[in-house]
Design a protein around this ligand. Sequence first.
Ligand code: ATP
Ligand code: MG
Length: 418
Amino acid sequence: MRVTQLFTKTSKTAPADEVAKNARLLIQAGYVHKEMAGVYTFLPLGLRVLENICTVIREEMNAIGGQELKLTTLQDAEIWKATGRWDDEAVDVWFKTKLKNDTELGLGPTHEEPLVRAVKPFITSYKDLPFLAYQIQTKFRNETRAKSGVMRGREFLMKDLYTFARTQEEHDELYEKIKQAYFRVYERLGIGEQTFLTFASGGMFSQYSHEFQTLTDAGEDTIYLDRNKKIAINEEVNNDEVLAELGLERDKLEAVKAAEVGNIFTLKDKFSGPLGLTFSDESDQIHNVLMGCYGIGPSRLVGVITELMADDKGLVWPENIAPFMLYIARLGVEEQVVAAADKLYNDLTSAGIEVLYDDRDARPGEKFADADLLGIPHRVVVSAKTVEQGTYEYKKRTETESSMLSEADLKNRLTTSN
Ligand code: ATP
Ligand code: MG
């Protein structure tokens, strides 16, 4: 993509009305637009990052047998009444609306009820189970606070997967498999080392649920972490009984700020029971299907990764999710310089490398500042000097020294790098 064709532009300054670092930087760099508090539009660069995160998640969910679908945003009040979750006392984040004939509807804050109803016609026998279904979809929650930028939206993206099993043992196996897939997701997103499995309350249906918490001062949660054991507990389960059970010692726990990037739950028959999702076993006995639910927040992850990786010059994206791999800064408008930069852009693009080509007639300082602010992992300078030498001046976003490379070496860096 050519910078002269990109409709978004960077700003010299961060927006004055944003307190969260992630929103300040993402807006300044033209990745997102703030519609209102807790409501953000993803502009082309931001959408590329968000989609790259979703691709990683989708690949890992597909690899463990997840089947993708898409449920509706508009929710039928009746199905939620059946499980007792329509009431604002039970779910305090509902956005509700009405049809013209006054029938009440909701905007989905989560999707257990409608999914159970949608799969029910297909499930009758033990032969129909187990299975895993997931979606990546916009959720609506009337959150009280919305000061964390894209990390806490009133409208946000969630990947929610649900498992349907016959026995507790079968459920436990699926749960473990998904937990491992979650670790792979965070690893591939470049936040594996800072992300910890955190024991949380399991509610009425299991002893624990598990959160995936990424350490960052911008996080809204405090967790108690044993760095050696690589596990943490959250506030709800911070008591002597749980510590003993998990083999943790209080004086080895560190209280740290973190952001919840995922949460997995055992649901047993909390939803299948009231909604009548049953199956018959080999001897024609009827049982409730055993469920689990597993969430990850891709739009929150955009914010968390921004918070963790950005430096004083701007955004820094890991290669796996960067909107572009390489920034070509063309310095000068002389014919040979333009020809060399155009050729490099075309060559690399046809080699499948995603390039953002700064073809503007602008000062070098402006181009370098934008390359840094935008956080593109690699930068190449094409100038009268490099053309004369027949090489390219190359630098990584996270390094200060540049080096001179041939086109072949450059290609090599961009295809095998990390
Ligand atoms: P929190 O405690 O932060 O409010 P939650 O426990 O209510 O989150 P879940 O229902 O567990 O959230 O949702 C699954 C995942 O969706 C979370 O782990 C998080 O990554 C993401 N998520 C939840 N709420 C938001 C939000 N308001 N904005 C962006 N992402 C969110
Ligand atoms: Mg949660």
